[in-house]
Design a protein around this ligand. Structure first.
Ligand code: CA
Length: 369
C-alpha cells in the first residue's frame, strides 16, 4: 500500500534568542502515515512568516492524504489555486518549502539521496564562493577587513562582496563603491576570481560606469546592477558591458526567468527557496541549458534550502561558477547532528537518503516559535 501524507506543519525557528523574528528561518515538516518525515525550508525574507501562514492555512489541507510522490502535481495544483494571491514571493516561497520537504520524503521512501533521483551527480563535492554582505555604509578599510576575514577562514574558490544598501537610493556613492572595488582587488591579487553585487542600486549610467571599472580589474561578474523590476534595463546593461551581468534571485517563476534571459542577461541566479523548490530549480536548470545561459543559483543561509540547492547543483553538467556561501555565522548548525558548512574549501553531499540531513528533533522543538 502506498504511504500518504499525514501532516504538514510550517513554523519559525529562532536561532538567536531575543533577535528580531524577521531573522528567523521558516521550516516545513511533513510526516507520512508510516512515520517518515521530510523537511523543507521557505524563503527567509521577513522571517518566512507569510509563506508559513500560506502553508498552514491553504497548502496543508490540499496535500494531507495525498501520495508524497505526486509532489509535482501537488505543486501545480496549489500554485494555480493560490495564483490570485500574487504568484511572486510568499506563495512561491511556501510552495518551494513544501516541494523540498516532499523531495526529502521521496528520497527517504526510496532510500536514495535526492541527486540520484534527479539523474545522478556530476560531483558530490562542490566548490563555493564566499558572499560578503553589508558593504554600503562601510569604509573602504572595513570592507577590505570583512573580505579578508572570510577569505582567510573559508578557502573559497571565489569571493563576492555585496552592497546590501537601501534600495530607495540610487547611485548614492559611486566613487566610494569604486574605491572598495579597487581595494578588494588589491587585497586578493589578480588570481582570485571576484564578483561585485550592487543589490539593485544603480541607474543604467551608474551601472555602466561601475561595470567598466569591474571589467578593467578583471572581475568575473557584476550582480544585479539595476532594479530587478526593470528587466529591460538589466538586459541593456548586460548587453552593453563585456563583464558577465547576473540577476534572477528576485525571479519567482520560470516565466520571469525566461523574460530576464530574453532581455539579455546571460547568467541567472534563481533561488530554490523562493521559486519552485527542487522541482522548480531543475526546470530553471533546463531553461538555462536550452538558452546557453549560466545557471548559478542564489543562496542566503546554510540549512535545508542550502542542501536542496547542492543536490540540484551536483546534477548540473556545466557548473560554471562555485556555489554561494552567504551566511558563515554557523547559527543554524545547532539544528543538525552533523556539520553542514564547508570543509577544506568544499561543500559535500553524502550518500544518505533524501537531503542527507540528520535533523536534531529535540533542538527543533526547543527553537520553534
Ligand atoms: Ca545578490
Amino acid at each position: 500500500m502506498r504511504d500518504t501524507i499525514k501532516s504538514v506543519e510550517a513554523f519559525q525557528l529562532e536561532w538567536i534568542p531575543g533577535n528580531s523574528r524577521l531573522t528567523n528561518s521558516g521550516w516545513v515538516r511533513i510526516a507520512t502515515e508510516a512515520g517518515v518525515v521530510g523537511y523543507g525550508e521557505v524563503s527567509p525574507m521577513m522571517g518566512g512568516e507569510h509563506s508559513i501562514d500560506i502553508i498552514n492555512r491553504y497548502v496543508a489541507p490540499m496535500v494531507v492524504g495525498a501520495d508524497p510522490l505526486d509532489h509535482a502535481v501537488l505543486y501545480d495544483k496549489a500554485l494555480h489555486k493560490l495564483v490570485k494571491l500574487g504568484p511572486e514571493g510568499a506563495v512561491t516561497g511556501a510552495l518551494a518549502g513544501v516541494d523540498i520537504a516532499l523531495w526529502d520524503l521521496k528520497g527517504k521512501l526510496l532510500d536514495q539521496p535526492i541527486y540520484k533521483l534527479l539523474g545522478g551527480a556530476w560531483r558530490t563535492e562542490l566548490p563555493f564562493y564566499s558572499s560578503v554582505g553589508g558593504n554600503q555604509d562601510t569604509t573602504v578599510e572595513e570592507t577590505v577587513a570583512r573580505v579578508e576575514r572570510r577569505w582567510r577562514k573559508e578557502q573559497p574558490s571565489a569571493i563576492k562582496f555585496r552592497l546590501d544598501g537601501d534600495r530607495t537610493r540610487q547611485d548614492s556613492d559611486i566613487p566610494g563603491d569604486i574605491a572598495k572595488i579597487r581595494a578588494v582587488r588589491a587585497l586578493v591579487g589578480n588570481d582570485m576570481p571576484l564578483a561585485f553585487d550592487a543589490n539593485n542600486q544603480y541607474s543604467i549610467s551608474g551601472a555602466m560606469q561601475v561595470g567598466r571599472v569591474l571589467e578593467d580589474l578583471g572581475y568575473a561578474w557584476f550582480e544585479e546592477p539595476v532594479q530587478h523590476y526593470h528587466v529591460h534595463a538589466m538586459g541593456e546593461v548586460a548587453q552593453r558591458l563585456s563583464i558577465t551581468v547576473s540577476a534572477g534571485e528576485q525571479s519567482y517563476t520560470t516565466q520571469a526567468l525566461v523574460d530576464l534571459i530574453r532581455s539579455g542577461v546571460r547568467m541567472v541566479q534563481p533561488d530554490i527557496i523562493k521559486m519552485g523548490g527542487i522541482t522548480g530549480l531543475m526546470q530553471c536548470a533546463a531553461i538555462c541549458f536550452a538558452h546557453g545561459v549560466e545557471f548559478v543559483p542564489h543562496q542566503t543561509q546554510p540549512g535545508i534550502g542550502h542542501m536542496a540547492n547542492l543536490h540540484v547543483l551536483s546534477t548540473v553538467m556545466h557548473m560554471t561558477k562555485p556555489a554561494e556561501y552567504a551566511d558563515a555565522s554557523g547559527r543554524t548548525d545547532i539544528a543538525f547532528t552533523h556539520p553542514i558548512g564547508p570543509e577544506n574549501g568544499r561543500f559535500k553531499l553524502s550518500e544518505r537518503s533524501g537531503l542527507g540531513l540528520d535533523v536534531n528533533e529535540e533542538e527543533i522543538a526547543r527553537r520553534r516559535v
